[in-house]
Ligand binder design. Sequence first.
Ligand SMILES: NC(=O)C1=CN([C@@H]2O[C@H](COP(=O)(O)OP(=O)(O)OC[C@H]3O[C@@H](n4cnc5c(N)ncnc54)[C@H](O)[C@@H]3O)[C@@H](O)[C@H]2O)C=CC1
Ligand SMILES: O=C(O)[C@H]1O[C@H](OP(=O)(O)OP(=O)(O)OC[C@H]2O[C@@H](n3ccc(=O)[nH]c3=O)[C@H](O)[C@@H]2O)[C@H](O)[C@@H](O)[C@@H]1O
Length: 480
Amino acid sequence: MVKICCIGAGYVGGPTMAMIALKCPDIQVVVVDISKPRIAAWNSDELPIYEPGLDEVVKACRDKNLFFSTEVEKHVAEADIVFVSVNTPTKTRGLGAGKAADLTYWESAARMIADVSKSDKIVVEKSTVPVKTAEAIEKILTHNNNGIHFQILSNPEFLAEGTAIEDLAKPDRVLIGGRETPEGQKAVAALKAVYAHWVPEDRILTTNLWSAELSKLAANAFLAQRISSINAMSALCESTGANVSEVAYAVGKDSRIGPKFLNASVGFGGSCFQKDILNLVYICECNGLPDVAHYWKQVVQINDYQKTRFVKRVVSSMFNTVSGKKIAILGFAFKKDTGDTRETPAIDVCHGLLGDKALLSIYDPQVTEDQIKRDLAMNKFDWDHPQHLQPQSPTAFKQVSVVWDAYEATKDAHGVCIITEWEEFKKLDYQRIYDNMQKPAFIFDGRNVLNVQALRKIGFIVYSIGKPLDPWVKDLQVSI
Ligand SMILES: NC(=O)C1=CN([C@@H]2O[C@H](COP(=O)(O)OP(=O)(O)OC[C@H]3O[C@@H](n4cnc5c(N)ncnc54)[C@H](O)[C@@H]3O)[C@@H](O)[C@H]2O)C=CC1
Ligand SMILES: O=C(O)[C@H]1O[C@H](OP(=O)(O)OP(=O)(O)OC[C@H]2O[C@@H](n3ccc(=O)[nH]c3=O)[C@H](O)[C@@H]2O)[C@H](O)[C@@H](O)[C@@H]1O
């Protein structure tokens, strides 16, 4: 029986390995992690991450051919194929700080693999890493020269949170990069055989190592670029009276452009887009390509601009001050159908409003009070380190309360900000919300999910990203 071990039981390691176990009953899969609470949660009824459909997949194979364990070294030693799916955060200190990928966790995993291995292994980069990482990993794996052979493969993951199970079950493509030697190609074939259990052969792409590593960074950069492009247009729409949804629809109808990833928003979030683009920027700079670096950096800069612009709209609409005013924040996760808050635009919006002394009442159906308070207190980029290295006790914010109901959050509020596009926010009783708010009552829809006309009819002053401006907002002189 082929034995797979995956180091890192996070958003990628957990679901990816669960899908392999489900589709390959003839393979034993063990997911290991240094975090005891995380592994305990994977072995419990309450999984550590919220992902539609994940519970069913895990329950179908856990303790049959899928196991979660903290015995990292033992399972690595026994495995034929070792996936590494650990954090690769942005460096906060030293060379490349604020841009380069911090490979500390990857390096320590590689050193451990080298130290405990007693048989040949295929080591798979599942984490997103800078191009050429495999070369460094190869050096680490062979450092103690004990006669064990390692083949490194790059097999980046393209799943998106909230749709991970669908994405894994029917991937657009699986990408495997390997050395162009007979041994390298044998390793590529071995990994291909795993995916071939359920992925059609024409969707399994094989390339050289560097193409696979770079394709992952490129794919995220292209996706984020589309969002920044439509968000840049949203600002122009507001100035001209165009409607960004109509523009996106018209542009996306061109089959060369396509309709996906053109939803204007308060800004993209999530653990990867910003991190991976900054990493790409750094790689370009290191390769003497400052113009290319500058080009991609703009994608992140427009994203920051969009978040700042949103806060300015809120504050300027409400008589240029939100000091002492209650503002309801509906949604804190970086997108719907996940409880993940890493790099969520909600953090920047909340910081912006807190900077203007607002009183925030936050509600998200999947994010705990602890998590929200920790996120608001954390330094930039700290969120992407393993949980046990993050601040554990939430900081008390006098100006922030976290509630478990949208009606409670909006009661007596002056304004409501929609930050995450949760379905339930579309179905709220906005007449009831309006009746219980201070007047004038404002709604700022950062996701364009609400019916602007219906809200205006109730009496709200509405701002919706990239939509023709409410006369109230239009009359204000704002520099954005
Ligand atoms: N979250 C996502 O949707 C996607 C993430 N990625 C990439 O996958 C990688 C992992 O991301 P996530 O799963 O989101 O991170 P995560 O933070 O959810 O999981 C990483 C896990 O690795 C563990 N870990 C760190 N060092 C370890 C070590 N030396 N030994 C054992 N366990 C260790 C941590 O405790 C943590 O549980 C990153 O490189 C990310 O860029 C790629 C595609 C999608
Ligand atoms: O490398 C990764 O981590 C992953 O990053 C993204 O997945 P994810 O961040 O989970 O979610 P997305 O659906 O891409 O959304 C990212 C952010 O962009 C925002 N977004 C997305 C689409 C859109 O049209 N507009 C928009 O603002 C979302 O609300 C969210 O904040 C990619 O979609 C995955 O392919 C990739 O594997």
